[in-house]
Design a protein around this ligand. Sequence first.
Ligand code: MEV
Length: 327
Amino acid sequence: MPRSVERSACAKIILCGEHAVVYGRPAIAFPLSHLRARARIEPSDRSFRVIAPDIDRIYTAEGDTGHSLIRLAAAALDVARAATRQQAGLPLAALRAELTLTSDIPSAAHLGSSAAVSVAVARAVAACAGYELTPAEASALAFEAEKLHHGTPSGIDNTVVAWEQPVWFARAWQGDEAGAPEIEPIAIDRSDAVRLPDLVIADTGLSTPTRIAVSDVRRGWQSDRAAYERLFDQIAEVVSASRQALIAGDWPRLGRLMDDNHALLSELGVSCAELDALCEAARKAGALGAKLSGGGRGGNMIALARDAQHAALLREHLLAAGAKRVM
Ligand code: MEV
């Protein structure tokens, strides 16, 4: 009889390096632990199914074998069975259980919603079979699901979500192809001395799937590789300098680097009028820096405040400039 379990996974925000990270350059991301996706499994008299009340959908192990969530659940069950030396080969449908999926993370807002859902589902299914996935296992399972959603993900989202710690991330890049994913995070500062900056996150309210911006950048790169490679290299320099600024706690420098990163992302064509307007409003209100975060063309931007009090002021200015939600 399957056990009742609940497992969750956090949202994420990318500080710098998005898009270029798909092409083997580094990026830095933070977990957002207060926003979570949750997967709860209860025993049932039916064969395995996933209920997603937020979007009014049900996926069954018998009827939706090609769906990413069902494939992910089957793969997580295999990992758990192998790790606990249980009988392999039993189909997911033989699991008499019902998984209910809920999430606080807005979808298509570039906060890692799909990675968080995948990690939560994989953890819950494995736990139901008596096994706790390691972060590396959860990340690898979610990466396969991310490929179904985004086509060519770098792996940064599943990594920061599965490890739930600030990460410096770079994946192998061989020639002009993504190599085998080296998707373990590197802690930004092993001495744990990093104080996290006061970031304000504002939502444009435009939901744009990551895959659209990622595939537009891919088309641009295919048509003018030299120009795009130059932009990716410039972004990589900004990311390396941001890491130093972060470790040194040099917020004015980090802010300037965020502005530079936003300008480079605009050149890549992934900003939009709404993101530019929110970045400008934040700078006018004294933000040390501002940039889009994640896929772009909508979703969220981040602004660096001087301190917690200034963050509250930035929030007011961003709402007045049209932000739909500010964290
Ligand atoms: C998405 O959070 C970040 C992108 O760089 C895509 C990826 O890395 O897979 C836009």
